[in-house]
Design a protein around this ligand. Structure first.
Ligand code: TYD
Ligand code: MG
Length: 455
C-alpha cells in the first residue's frame, strides 16, 4: 500500500495545496509562497480547530450561563515588573511568547524568573541554544538559587514532550522556538513551517496538561518570516523586548494578553548581576538638563495601567532639500506630518522649508494621541529656538480642526506630573480638574492657539 503523504505544500497567499514544492503557486500565480506543512488528515487536524481543542468528538453547544469558569490561578514569578506585564502573575496553563532581538536579555530574564519560580513549583528550562554549562555559569554568576531548577538541552519536540511527560514540571521554558524541530516535517529548524508546527504541539501539550509555558522567539531582521510573529495568534500572551540593546534599560511590553491589560510595560535595567527591576520608571526617562534647551517637552503618557513621564525632543532645521525630511523615532511619522499641517493651518506657523526630527528619550515608543500636544510644543520650541520651562509637563490630543481633545485618565496623569515635581501642566480643557491641584498650575486649553499663547 502506498504510504499516505504526510507533508504537503500550502500557498501562504491563497491557501491552495500542492503535493510538491514549486516556485509558483499554480492556483493564484504568486511566487515563493508555497510552504511545507503537515497534511490535515482526520486524526491530525488539531490546527484547524484552534490548535489545542483536542480530539474531543463530543464537543457540545451550551448556554454560556451553564459554563462554570474556574478562577484563573496566578503565581507570582518573584519579579514584580514581569508580573505586571503578565497581568499580575503567571496564569496556570497559559502560554507566553517572549520576543526580541538576539542578545537583548530574553534568556537572562527567563533564567532569573524560573529560578525564583522553581522554589515554589517544579520548573524546567529547556534550551536548544546554549549548553548546560553555559546556563549553569550564567546562573552562578547571577547568584540565583538553582538547587531546584531542572535543565534539559534538546531540540526535538517529540523527545522533549516525552521527557516532560515523565518529569511533570508546572512551569516550562523553551529557549528558543527557532531551534526546535518536529519530526513530522522535513524542513530545517527555524523555517516558518517548523516554528509553527513545533509551537502548535507544545501549546497543545500546555493546554492539556495545565503547564505554564514560556516560548522564546527571536525577531530576525526579516521579522515576519522566521520570526515569532507567526505564533502570536496561538499563544495567550505576547511580550516583546523594546529599547536599544546598547543602553542600560530594557522595556518588556505586552502586545497581547488574554489575562491582563495590553500595552503594559515592564522596565528593567541590565546590570552585571542580570536584569534588575526599575520600579519608578518615570525618573529614568527624563534627561534632566542643567539648563533648559529648546526643543524639549515632557509628556505624561500612559503605558498599560501606569502613567509615565517621558521627554519628547524635536529638532527643526532649515532644509536644503526640495522635500524636507520628517523623521520620528518612537512616534508615528504620519502623525507628525498631520500635526505640522494643523500647526500651519490653525496656529499660523509654517515649517514647509524645515527638516523636522523627533525623538522620544530612552527608546520608549509612544503610540497614543496624548503625545500630540507635547510634539507640537517641542517642535515649536525648537523652531523658535526658545526653551520651554523646566517645570512644564503636558499631554493632549490635537484634532484636525485645531481643537485640543481630552485623553483617558487625565487625573492620574496630572498626579504623576505633580509627584515628580512639575509645577505647570498644560492639559485639554475637558481633562482639567474642577477644584485644581495643590501646588500645580493647571493650564486648561481647548484650541491650539491657546496652547501656543500659554507659552
Ligand atoms: P541574553 O539573555 O543571552 O540574550 P537573548 O537570550 O535575548 O539572546 O542576554 C545577553 C546579553 O545580556 C549579553 O549581551 C550580555 C548581557 N548581560 C549582562 O549585561 N549582564 C548579565 O548579567 C547577563 C547575564 C547578560
Ligand atoms: Mg538566549
Amino acid at each position: 500500500m502506498a504510504k499516505t503523504a504526510k507533508t504537503i505544500y500550502v500557498c501562504s497567499d491563497c491557501g491552495a495545496q500542492a503535493p510538491k514544492w514549486a516556485g509558483q503557486c499554480s492556483d493564484c500565480g504568486a511566487w515563493n509562497t508555497l510552504q511545507e506543512s503537515v497534511a490535515a488528515s482526520a486524526n491530525n487536524a488539531p490546527s484547524r480547530y484552534g490548535g489545542y481543542a483536542g480530539d474531543d468528538d463530543a464537543a457540545q453547544i451550551r448556554n454560556l450561563a451553564d459554563v462554570v469558569a474556574e478562577r484563573t490561578e496566578r503565581v507570582p514569578t518573584g519579579m514584580a515588573e514581569l508580573d505586571r506585564v503578565l497581568g499580575g502573575g503567571l496564569v496556570t496553563g497559559s502560554v507566553v511568547l517572549i520576543g526580541g532581538d538576539p542578545g537583548i536579555g530574553k534568556s537572562t530574564l527567563l533564567v532569573q524568573a524560573l529560578a525564583l519560580l522553581a522554589e515554589r513549583k517544579p520548573a524546567l528550562y529547556v534550551s536548544g541554544e546554549e549548553s548546560a554549562e553555559q546556563i549553569s555559569l550564567r546562573a552562578q554568576r547571577l547568584g540565583l538559587p538553582v538547587e531546584r531548577l531542572r535543565l534539559l538541552t534538546e531540540t526535538c519536540v517529540e523527545r522533549i514532550l516525552a521527557l516532560v511527560a515523565k518529569e511533570r514540571p508546572r512551569v516550562l521554558v523553551l529557549d528558543s522556538i527557532q531551534t526546535f524541530y518536529t519530526e513530522a516535517l522535513q524542513s530545517a529548524p527555524g523555517s516558518v513551517a517548523q516554528v509553527r508546527e513545533s509551537a502548535a504541539r507544545l501549546v497543545r501539550f500546555a493546554k492539556q496538561s495545565g503547564t505554564s509555558l514560556f516560548l522564546v522567539g527571536h525577531v530576525t531582521k526579516e521579522g515576519a518570516l522566521a520570526g515569532p510573529r507567526v505564533l502570536e495568534h496561538m499563544v495567550d500572551t505576547v511580550l516583546y523586548f523594546e529599547g536599544e540593546s546598547g543602553g542600560p534599560f530594557r522595556l518588556v511590553r505586552a502586545i497581547k494578553n488574554r489575562f491582563g491589560a495590553v500595552n503594559e510595560l515592564g522596565v528593567f535595567a541590565m546590570t552585571d548581576k542580570g536584569l534588575r527591576e526599575v520600579s519608578n520608571p518615570s525618573a529614568i526617562f527624563l534627561s534632566r538638563h542643567e539648563r533648559q534647551v529648546p526643543g524639549s517637552c515632557v509628556l505624561v503618557t500612559r503605558e498599560g495601567t501606569r502613567p509615565l513621564l517621558v521627554e519628547v525632543q524635536a529638532l527643526v532645521d532649515q532644509s536644503p532639500l526640495a522635500n524636507p525630511r520628517r523623521v520620528a523615532l518612537g512616534l508615528e511619522q504620519n502623525r507628525l506630518s498631520m500635526l505640522l499641517a494643523v500647526l500651519h493651518r490653525h496656529g499660523g506657523v509654517g515649517m514647509f522649508d524645515q527638516d523636522v526630527f523627533l525623538n522620544v528619550v530612552g527608546g520608549v515608543r509612544v503610540t497614543e494621541p496624548a503625545a500630540d500636544l507635547p510634539v507640537l510644543l517641542a517642535t515649536l520650541s525648537s523652531f523658535r529656538d526658545r526653551p520651554l520651562p523646566g517645570d512644564l509637563a503636558t499631554f493632549g490630543e490635537v484634532g484636525l480642526a485645531g481643537e485640543i481633545r481630552p485623553v483617558p485618565n487625565g487625573q492620574e496623569r496630572l498626579r504623576e506630573a505633580a509627584k515628580h515635581g512639575f509645577k505647570r501642566v498644560i492639559v485639554p480643557q475637558a481633562n482639567a480638574p474642577k477644584k485644581g491641584l495643590d501646588g500645580v498650575d493647571v493650564i486648561a486649553v481647548s484650541r491650539i492657539g491657546e496652547a501656543i499663547d500659554a507659552l
